[in-house]
Design a binder for this molecule. Structure first.
Ligand code: GLU
Length: 373
């Protein structure tokens, strides 16, 4: 969906940069956080689901540990994050709970969003938290992420989260109010860009590399985030967080750069399942299950008559009917050995057969794309 404002969005990821939340001298900016939480409460009050990706652990921790200014060594940044994350999560939990909202801390590493099995786990937890009306407060798990395997910036992490949960909007609150044709501090002729229908080479060229000492992401990581989010079907907005009530300000028409999504979240996800992955196995279903799938249901183990291939949990498989005709494709919730054991059985028997509860569907309908016709 294009257009401005948060009014029509259903699931919104809000990324908060370190420089907004932490002052180098005075530490956590509690008043600002309180005002942002008022905005989040207003959104949930309108029936929207919100997730927060909050930076600030390293910035808070380095103050507590009295680390020197300037760039930190990786292990110092990790130590700072480990100290600061406690305070950061505590601040979010209390500011949200004062408004009747429950905070849920999630610390992710690159592997949690890139590896399919872990991705599915993280996604299932996030979906459950949203169903339970909790507000996930997410950060990178900096303490265990080494250079090669870390995001290092929360802009791209927030975009991955938006893609993972099928959000329709990603808000990047930053110390700058949007994208300019050149860095505005350096070039007085820099033009403000209010709307980016698609991220072209020209748009990419506008993003300099700069970032400040407190925040890692410059405009470059924001544009990278934009590519991930818009491809996954989310609109993205870069807006200033240097005002109180920054989300209300966006809705009131504050200056910001809006990026149009390339698709809807559902169609982007389905395109990914249908086209971009190599199927690792085949699942044969009976007539009843084939009919259930056509009416929009998940594939339950009871309707599975045969399983072949070598797949792990989260891999893509082909779903065929008893004549061998392809019905669709999906991401399977069990590995091949488990799928063999539970094929034809009721979901209520899964725990007794496998020794753990598992998911009730072999392939959840959100993870499935059926063939047309
Ligand atoms: N994960 C880092 C922190 O919480 C922030 C990374 C960023 O600034 O984008 O301190």
């Amino acid at each position: 969906m294009s257009g401005r404002g948060l009014g029509a969005r259903r699931r919104i990821v809000v990324k908060v940069g370190s420089a907004l939340l932490v002052d180098r001298e005075s530490g956590l900016k509690r008043d600002w956080l309180a005002a942002l939480c008022d905005d989040l409460k207003a959104l949930t009050g309108k029936g929207k689901e919100v997730l927060v990706v909050s930076s600030g652990a390293i910035a808070l921790g380095r103050g507590v540990l009295r680390l020197p200014r300037g760039p930190l060594k990786l292990e110092e940044a990790q130590a700072a994050a480990s100290v600061g994350q406690v305070a950061l999560a505590g601040a979010w939990a209390s500011a949200l709970s004062e408004r009747g909202l429950t905070a849920a801390q999630i610390l992710l590493t690159l592997g949690d969003t890139e590896e399919r099995r872990r991705y599915l786990n993280a996604r299932a937890t996030l979906a459950t938290l949203l169903k339970l009306a909790a507000v996930p407060v997410i950060n990178e798990n900096d303490t265990v992420a080494t250079n090669e395997i870390r995001y290092g910036d929360n802009d791209r992490l927030a975009a991955r989260v938006a893609a993972m949960v099928g959000a329709d909007c990603l808000v990047l609150l930053s110390d700058i109010d949007g994208l300019y044709s050149a860095p505005p501090q350096e070039d007085p002729a820099a033009r403000f860009i209010p709307h980016v229908p698609a991220i072209t080479a020209e748009i990419e060229a506008m993003a300099g590399a700069a970032g400040s000492e407190l925040s890692r992401g410059g405009m470059k990581t924001k544009i990278e985030a934009g590519k991930i989010a818009t491809a996954a079907g989310a609109a993205m907005v870069i807006a200033s967080g240097r005002v109180m009530h920054p989300l209300a300000a966006i809705d009131a028409g504050a200056r910001a750069t809006w990026f149009d999504p390339l698709a809807t979240p559902a169609s982007a996800r389905k395109a990914w399942i249908a086209g971009h992955i190599e199927p690792r196995g085949t699942i044969v279903v009976d007539r009843g299950a084939a009919a259930a799938l056509q009416s929009g249901k998940s594939l339950l183990p009871a309707g599975v008559t045969r399983v072949s291939g070598s797949f792990a949990r989260g891999d893509a498989v082909i779903i065929v009917n008893s004549d061998g005709a392809e019905l669709g494709r999906g991401l399977v919730a069990f590995d091949v050995a488990e799928a063999h054991k539970i094929a034809g059985r009721r979901s209520s028997e899964i725990e007794a057969i496998l020794g753990y509860r598992g998911r009730s569907a072999m392939i959840h309908r959100d993870d499935m794309v059926l063939r047309e016709g």
